[in-house]
Design a protein. Structure first.
Length: 428
């Protein structure tokens, strides 16, 4: 074999080993396997420990240096040529829901492992160091808040608050971390990440329906929650003629019909949902005196979300005034939209195109570790399809070829960001 010393580094031809990635996913899926083919590895249980031990062992075998922070977040580092540069990081979580699947989270971590394995095999050195991270308790099923490890890393709440969280049996995160041997000594957060990439199953139906292999995630939808209270006049259903009624339900129904059209001018990223509805006194022969319902508005752009909120206010005023009925609007919670880093999103898109993988831009409506990390580091996500769009379910499934395609995009996006060093330079 001859080594072409003067050739440019042929990193374009690099590919992950899809069958090795699949084998790792299936090996991890044996830990906490459920009868219906899913996974149960609740955060910080014995099963979570076994999963952590297994994956950390693989990362160690790949020559990575493992460090654990006080919240049990695991960072596996592959040195670069200049280790003063902030690392290019990828990862996700390996805890699951009680009846969770084999891919949610696990895919992002093991795709990162596969990237490191390929770089080692090809003896590729990068300018910046690279890391694979396993975030603690993303699912939030056993301990609240969800996305605990990444949220604390991003400063959304203190590590102390997270460590003090308790499950239904009164057992704390701090105690469980110590018990399973993952209470590290590294501080939580407070260091710069050069970039963060997360590969994840879509958890929705779009990619599969459109027969695409990769979703280039441009950001996460902002969310605005309201409660609406419509107050009319309770009266007997029999003696009160229709024209004398102040029926709260009649107004609420007309109002909801209009509210549900509110996202139409803001397709494809606008979302509006009225998911909760309560009628008082909820009695067959009483004209409803009061109706409470919820409104959930989402959009990717802050200005559009504000426009949607404004429209909601107008609709409430108009319907209230027209019917002579009081309509009150209460703000419940607002999470601003989180656009990902345009440069990294563009890099993911360009890598996907260079690999000739069918793709589209999309946004995430669900929470991910990447959403928190995007507040403290340039971030991008790569989605791959999952069968029937189903997740948080034991029958969650994904196709090996789609997982491989997403991992190849991750490989090239990370490599370009960490900057491969030509072999001629490496020898010096
Ligand atoms: Zn996940």
């Amino acid at each position: 074999m001859t080594i072409a010393i003067n050739q440019p580094l042929a990193t374009d031809a690099l590919r992950v080993d899809g069958s090795r990635l699949w084998a790792s996913l299936m090996d991890l899926a044996r830990v906490g396997a459920t009868p219906k083919g899913g996974n149960c590895r609740l955060a910080l249980t014995d099963e979570d420990r076994q999963g952590r031990d297994l994956v950390a062992g693989w990362l160690r075998d790949t020559g990575l240096d493992i460090r654990v922070d006080r919240l049990g977040n695991i960072f596996a580092r592959r040195p670069g040529r200049n280790n003063d540069l902030p690392p290019v990081v990828t990862g996700s979580h390996i805890d699951t829901q009680p009846t969770g699947g084999r891919f949610d989270g696990n895919y992002g971590v093991l795709a990162g492992l596969e990237v490191m394995r390929v770089l080692n095999e090809q003896s590729i050195t990068t300018e910046a160091p690279m890391e694979v991270v396993i975030w603690t308790n993303e699912e939030g099923s056993r301990f609240v808040p969800v996305m605990m490890g990444s949220g604390a890393f991003a400063g959304m709440f203190t590590p102390e608050a997270a460590l003090a969280a308790r499950d239904h049996d009164g057992i704390s995160v701090a105690d469980e971390l110590t018990r399973i041997g993952y209470a590290g000594d590294m501080p939580v957060g407070g260091r710069t990440l050069g970039a963060y990439f997360e590969a994840h199953i879509e958890q929705g139906p779009v990619l599969e329906k459109e027969q695409l292999q990769v979703g280039v995630v441009t950001g996460s939808l902002g969310l605005s929650w309201f409660d609406v209270v419509v107050t009319g006049q309770e009266a007997h259903a029999g003696p009160t003629p229709m024209e004398y009624r102040r029926d709260a339900l009649q107004t609420a129904c007309a109002l909801v019909s209009d509210i549900l059209t509110l996202a139409e001018p803001h397709a494809p990223h606008g979302r509006v949902t009225c998911g909760e509805f309560r009628v008082f006194p909820n009695s067959r022969n009483v004209i409803p005196g009061r109706v409470n319902f919820s409104v959930d508005l989402r959009h990717l752009e802050p200005a559009v979300l504000t426009t949607m909120e404004q429209r909601l206010r107008e609709l409430c005023d108009t319907h209230g005034n027209n019917a002579g009925i009081e309509v009150e609007l209460f703000e419940v919670q607002r999470i601003p939209p989180t656009p990902f880093a345009p440069k990294l999103v563009e890099r993911v898109r360009a890598c996907t195109e260079a690999l000739a993988i069918p793709h589209r831009d999309m946004v995430t409506g669900a929470g991910h570790d990447a959403v928190y990390i995007s507040r403290v580091a340039p971030t991008a996500m790569i989605f791959v399809p999952c069968v029937d769009g189903i997740s948080h379910n034991e029958c969650e499934d994904a196709k090996p070829e789609d997982l491989e395609a997403g991992a190849n995009v991750l490989l090239h996006a990370m490599l370009q960001t960490a900057e491969p060093i030509p072999p001629t330079d490496q020898a010096q």
